[in-house]
Design a protein. Structure first.
Length: 241
């Protein structure tokens, strides 16, 4: 029994030494122990509306369906990252997001025979000034690699909003409220390089507010609500003090 304990102790010691050797950092070994990090994040977005087709029987006689598809965009953010513990960070990422969202309309043949000017596609563009606040949970570091999860909220103001504009018959626009509130969830991967920490991040943002401004044209009446949904592929570069 005593010999068995010695063997078990030796195996545990060897395992600990092996694990320590495997997880030893070769770049920026104390980076995540710093209180504050600064950085920049740039990325590609895909955005659409999360919508519900109108329940109006009268409208459904003229329009068979309304659909929103993902359209490309771009975002850039400044990162302020505050260390809370060994595994948790608080991040603020003020920035600008440029997005467009396509709306597709399936008009009935009977309706288009007398209203041929109606479009089958409309694009809604927005330029959001945003303030995301997130909690970042980091897994244990393995050499120069560390995966993480994020969750948070984001408030945005659309500088390109046309919510005060009046519609004009066939030139009607889809008006949106300028303020949007979203919750976000994401996953990312930190890579520790010789001089900076680089990360690849995948994130989804889900709108909590109905953005639609009520109008009397079919482009707007065809939906009961419009909420934002955005996918983001981001690249971050962080330094520290």
């Amino acid at each position: 029994m005593k010999t068995f304990r010695h063997i078990l102790f030796a195996l545990l010691l060897l395992s600990a030494q092996t694990l320590s050797a495997q997880t030893r950092a070769s770049h920026l070994g104390n980076f995540d122990n710093r209180l504050l990090h600064w950085g920049i994040q740039v990325g590609y977005t895909q955005s659409k509306f999360d919508l519900h087709f109108s329940e109006s029987d009268t409208l459904r006689q003229n329009i068979l369906g309304t659909t929103s598809y993902y359209s490309p965009g771009f975002h850039i953010n400044v990162i302020g990252d505050l260390r809370l513990s060994d595994y948790f960070n608080l991040r603020m990422l003020p920035g600008i997001t440029l997005i467009s969202r396509d709306m597709h309309y399936d008009w009935s043949k009977q309706y288009t025979s007398t209203h041929w000017k109606y479009d089958t596609r409309r694009t809604v563009e927005s330029v959001y000034g945003e303030l995301p606040i997130e909690v970042k949970f980091r897994a244990a570091r393995y050499t120069d690699f560390r995966p993480y999860l994020t969750a948070g909220t984001c408030i945005g103001f659309d500088f390109a909003s046309l919510f005060k504009n009046k519609n004009n018959n066939d030139e009607s626009i889809i008006r949106l409220n300028p303020v949007d509130l979203r919750y976000t969830v994401g996953v990312g991967f930190d890579f520790f390089l010789p001089y900076v920490k680089f990360a690849i991040e995948f994130k989804m943002a889900f709108g909590l507010l109905d953005l639609k401004v009520a109008d009397d044209d079919y482009y707007t009446l065809s939906t009961d609500n419009l909420k934002s949904r955005t996918f983001m592929l981001s690249f971050t570069f962080e330094g520290g003090l």
